[in-house]
Design a protein around this ligand. Structure first.
Ligand code: SF4
Ligand code: SF4
Length: 457
């Protein structure tokens, strides 16, 4: 059993509602709304306009700089390119496609003649063109992670921790598609030039571990499954690296700084599909669960499917539902509407209706120190809360607030029910705003000095 990381909590995993249910294919939606920002980086530029006919897998959004392209997930007619609500808050330019139900695949989708004959450069190019991003929710462009890690990375890790309560999409993938995971891991081994890939899986998924080990043995694949003791947030890539290698990512650093690269289970499957069939990321497995859901399920659907269609496929939400979350209960974002689309990073939709609302008005810190003892990033949440609530940016920087991964472990453990994680999102924005203001002021000062010098000549 792999060694642990610092801190963490043990929430009830609440996975029993869906972990024995096979992934179901959602009935094709009449319309999809595909946001032009489903990745870490700048939004894509739409390549289509209203009236255009599109096919499955056709590129409809081009990225610039850091990002990944976006593809049509159904065939049909573009009805509009306009701002629509999405799960990260606010509105984002989206391509609305009316599904013609023909499932016509684009000529752009081309399988390689021999996937095993692809060079490393060709593999990376295909990963890039397939629009693959971190499917666990981080949505960092996968081709960038691979390119920047080659030569630096000696340990490639597949993240099968799936430590957030309720979510079981990765677990079901291990049981139902182990060949895709092991196939993707083999491609990653080739790209990074390593002789072994490690899959980290929490030990509450023993049947998933067994399913993958069976394929590894049959294929004599250079892959090892490492069982991990359950602890949240084991799925954080820095925590997973530490649990598996014992090496700790330095403050402000990345896994590559300690020779590691981490890929989610379904990202690995997406790599396998892109390199064998040529199909880009156009579908997503979503766990729909929580006390507000009549019949919890794991559903696979085209990217851009309205969340309301997923809820309908699960019998709808109960009358007294008070909260809808996109993502897990620890790190997900509360939503004010179900009129948002499934994006590349949407792993779960949760609805809550039972007596689970535990917030209190005007909470007061009792200085118990529990938040400090569980923070996996060695931060001091009680002080960060005070600094953020008073807008003390210098103190926030000194307290390393930017290292906060917003995992929610401190909020979970806090007996006073302080709104810690929420406050840290605000605090991080304060730090970013101040840095941007400082940069703008420095730029303005430089320009003024240059103008003064020019005038003096
Ligand atoms: S856990 Fe909550 S009450 Fe305890 S020190 Fe931290 S913020 Fe204060
Ligand atoms: S939310 Fe931030 S401060 Fe709280 S435990 Fe997680 S990393 Fe630490």
């Amino acid at each position: 059993m792999a060694q642990a990381f610092f801190g963490g909590v043990h929430p009830h995993d609440m996975k029993a509602a869906t972990n024995e249910k096979a992934i179901e294919q959602l009935a094709p939606p009449a319309q999809v709304v595909i946001p032009m920002s489903m990745h870490f980086g700048a939004p894509c530029t739409p390549l289509v306009k209203a009236g255009d006919h599109v096919k499955v897998g056709q590129k409809i959004g081009e990225f610039h700089g850091l990002g990944a392209p976006i593809h049509a997930s159904v065939s049909g007619t573009v009805k509009a390119v306009e701002p629509r609500p999405y799960s990260m808050g606010g509105n984002i330019t989206s391509v609305v496609i009316e599904n013609d139900m023909q499932d016509e695949v684009s000529e752009e989708v081309q399988a390689p003649a021999d996937p095993n004959a692809l060079s490393v450069e060709e593999m990376i190019e295909r990963v890039k063109n397939a629009g693959i991003v971190g499917m666990g929710g981080a949505t960092f462009p996968t081709h960038v992670k691979i390119t920047s890690g080659i030569g630096k990375v000696s340990t490639v890790i597949i993240n099968g921790a799936e430590c957030e309560p309720y979510i079981t999409g990765d677990h079901r993938t291990m049981l139902e598609r182990p060949e895709e995971i092991i196939g993707g891991a083999k491609f990653l081994a080739k790209m990074f030039g390593v002789d072994k890939v490690i899959i980290g899986v929490e030990d509450n998924k023993q049947n998933g571990i067994d399913a993958m080990n069976k394929v590894i043995a049959a294929e004599k694949a250079p892959v090892v499954v490492e069982p991990l003791r359950c602890r949240y947030p084991q799925g954080g890539e820095k925590q997973l690296c530490q649990a598996i290698t014992g090496r700790q990512v330095p403050p402000g650093g990345l896994p590559a700084d300690i020779g590691c690269a981490v890929f989610n289970i379904n990202t690995t499957c997406a790599i396998f599909r892109a390199l064998t069939t040529g199909m880009p990321v156009v579908r997503k497995i979503v766990t729909v669960s929580g006390s507000g859901i009549e019949e919890p399920k794991n559903l696979e659907c085209p990217i851009g499917t309205p969340v309301s269609a997923l809820l309908d496929a699960c019998g709808g939400v109960k009358e007294n539902t008070f909260k809808l979350i996109a993502g897990g209960p620890m790190m997900g974002m509360a939503q004010y509407t179900a009129d948002i689309p499934v994006a590349k990073g949407t792993g779960a939709i949760l609805a809550f209706a039972a007596d689970e609302e535990k917030t209190v008005e005007n909470p007061q810190c009792i200085r118990c120190g529990k938040c400090v003892s569980v923070c996996p990033m060695h931060l001091e949440p009680l002080f960060m809360y005070q600094y953020a609530s008073k807008g003390m940016v210098e103190e926030l920087n000194a307290a390393h607030i930017m290292d906060c991964m917003e995992c929610g472990a401190c909020s979970y453990i806090c007996p006073a029910r302080m709104h810690l994680t929420h406050m840290f999102k605000t605090g991080k924005q304060l730090v970013k705003d101040k840095a941007a203001a400082d940069r703008a002021a420095a730029e303005a000062k430089k320009k003024a000095e240059e103008a003064k010098e020019a005038a003096a000549k």
